[in-house]
Design a binder for this molecule. Sequence first.
Ligand code: ADP
Length: 415
Amino acid sequence: MNILVLNCGSSSLKFQIIETDLEIIEKNADVQKAKGLVERIGGQSLVSFQATGRPAMKAAVALRDHRAALDYVIRWIISSESQVPGIHSLADIHAVGHRVVHGAEKFTKSVVIDETVIRGIEDCIELAPLHNPANLKGISAAKDVMGPGVPQVAVFDTGFHSTMPETSYLYAIPYQLYRRHKIRRYGFHGTSHRYVAYRYRQLTGKDVESTNIITLHLGNGCSACAIKGGSSLNTSMGLTPLEGLVMGTRGGDLDPSVIEFLSHKEAMSLNEIDALLNKQSGLLGLSGLTNDMRDLLAEESEHQDRRAKLAVDIFCLRVKKYIGAYLAEMGGADAIVFTGGIGENSAEVRRRICAGLEWLGIDIDVAANDKLYGGKEGEMGKANSRVKLFVIPTNEELLIARDTVRSVRNAPRRW
Ligand code: ADP
């Protein structure tokens, strides 16, 4: 089946076309046929589309909404100009898989989308006011453009973490607030944590039940996940993706009293504080320079910028704290897996996170670590490191395509 994978943001649309099916999954022979991005939907949009192995097509074109953007994408995919193999008409696209950010307690697994599912995703909007409405726009656009006969599947960022026990997901606030409003930790990046755990299992030959690892998704958004017996036991993001690690523009863990203090000292409204914590904090807030790790590392080494170094140090220290916490909680782990833009590419950040953890059995091989970047997959622990260290590039789109096939074919979810 040719699956269109869609990831819709408030003014963006990312897509991939992936050919996969149940027997293809077994052979790990899925084929990525095309990918692309539409940015600044609602105005003069920028598009960048690419059939695998061909030069990218870039253009600026006025696209007023997600429906117009998807219509433009589909026209390109089926045109002879795109050269996407095996796709010449709408009928050659067999299903659509959507990344949906928040499924709350309603959706613990990927589901075929119908009216009830749409209402369920709408019910989760108050928990993800920026993301879920954009995901719903993508779902509605796909129904309009592809027609109601093409099955659509929702794959939730929160889904993988639905196995967390109460001890992980409850906040220590009055229990009735959980009962009344479902205020609890949900966790995000589940598709990424699940995918790298699956790859780890393939690389090591472990079965699901003996997969005991810590996965670190370090990108613009960052989260850690303690995976025990193949399931998410705990993760660093909470009710929203604001909790946990230091991120590009989000500060992660924080004493909640800071909010009240800020409202007095800076006369800020709750909305303004929310924006400050989500968009002006993290690496950007600490450094006063940028949210981009690569640029911070360059500032630090080329100009000895003190605040750039401080931001990177605090980023690494927070990850270290979570590794320690999860090792304690899990009773030890077999491996730590790094993924995401920073985790996959920055040997320096990985080295600084692992430094000084030898006594926990975490012993990095600096030379091996230096060789892992730019999409390479591999191991970087010393041979005698008790906890193995891996870099595994994430591939959320592949997992969404596979879940789409499994949901449409009514096959049980495997990893
Ligand atoms: P998103 O969470 O938006 O998908 P990515 O996973 O692409 O983001 O991660 C983006 C982050 O990865 C940025 O901070 C970027 O600087 C960082 N990054 C990418 N390449 C490198 C590199 N070679 N060294 C350090 N950081 C890098």
